[in-house]
Design a protein around this ligand. Structure first.
Ligand code: ADP
Ligand code: MG
Length: 300
């Protein structure tokens, strides 16, 4: 019973389809995200990453299928209960024309959280995101990095069960990006929220994601740990996306001063080591070419 409860996914997507302008732009047969996981979604422009995030956020009506977050199914009319579980951070933050404090406090005020608690929670998150000194600054006077930190604070202060991040570092210069990435990683430690991070930067995905979902042409082609996706891409397009070099399994059977013979299992016969030794000897012999050729024909 307890095991079943703890195994309940935070996000469960089934048979999801999104059609826009008469085009199927997203099809997800099944996607399950366990509580506490950071799922990084990678894919080229137009792959459907933002569409997936908007569908998870309940901001886009799927043509088919179901999305359940934290046990609550997204239904027409029931969006509020659903959306309260979710925090959304977009690439370019849309801030209210008030102060940084006002922006971060807005959601709590809307939910009727008491003034003292609101102040305490907002200040804690301003502190954590390194923008406490900007507390009273109008949002219109922030740099893009400061604005994105404010946007993150606004989402995190609500302590959402599910945090959806669409290219949250995209609008930032590389220094700010690196700092925020560090902060984000730090905040992730010990954090309980489940996160879906959309990025087209593979290194961000690998660094922050417990799993990678590779989205191509509106389909999740592979969803696995970064290590496994990189080591065994599901197909050539996934391989191209993760820049995987051709990887061939094998083991070294002989080596000599930088010259290495690897058994890939592709050959036949059990005398691999003997044949490897002959190849190495042939390669080292003064009449290298000829000896190697004859070695090969003998082995064949
Ligand atoms: P990504 O975030 O991976 O770049 P999107 O989810 O934004 O991709 O878009 C996926 C596909 O859906 C693209 O081909 C895009 O042109 C299309 N699309 C996005 N928004 C709309 C829309 N409002 N109407 C029609 N097609 C759309
Ligand atoms: Mg997008």
């Amino acid at each position: 019973m307890t095991a079943a409860a703890s195994a309940t996914p935070m996000v469960q997507v089934r048979d999801l389809e999104v059609v826009r302008a008469q085009r199927r732009i997203l099809v997800v047969d099944s996607l399950s995200i366990p509580p506490g996981e950071t799922l990084a979604v990678v894919g080229p422009n137009g792959a459907g990453k933002s569409t997936l995030l908007l569908a998870l956020a309940g901001l886009l009506q799927p043509t088919r299928g179901s999305v359940v977050v934290d046990g609550v199914r997204l239904t027409r009319g029931g969006e509020l209960d659903y959306r309260r579980r979710i925090g959304l951070v977009l690439p370019a933050p849309l801030l209210l024309s008030t102060t940084v404090f006002g922006n971060v406090a807005a959601g709590l005020r809307f939910r009727g959280v008491a003034t003292a608690e609101t102040r305490e929670r907002v200040e804690r998150w301003l502190e954590r995101l390194g923008i406490a000194h900007l507390r009273d600054r109008p949002a219109s006077q922030l740099s893009s990095g400061e604005a994105q930190r404010t946007s993150l604070a606004r989402a995190l202060v609500l302590e959402p069960r599910l945090l959806l991040l669409d290219e949250p570092f995209a609008a930032l210069d590389s220094t700010t990006r690196a700092q925020l990435l560090d902060d984000f990683e730090r905040l992730g430690v010990g954090g309980t929220a489940t996160r879906v991070l959309v990025t087209h930067h593979l290194h961000e995905a690998v660094r922050l994601g417990d799993r990678l979902a590779v989205l191509l042409d509106g389909q999740i082609r592979q969803c696995d740990t970064p290590e496994r996706v990189m080591a065994s891409p599901a197909d050539a397009q996934v391989a191209a996306l993760v820049n995987a070099e051709a990887r061939i399994r094998g083991h070294i059977v002989a080596s000599d001063d930088g010259l290495v013979v690897v058994d890939t299992g592709a050959g036949s016969g059990s005398d691999v080591e003997a044949r490897a030794r002959r190849l190495l000897d042939a390669a080292r012999s003064p009449a290298g070419e000829a000896a190697r050729d004859s070695g090969q024909s003998r082995g064949a």
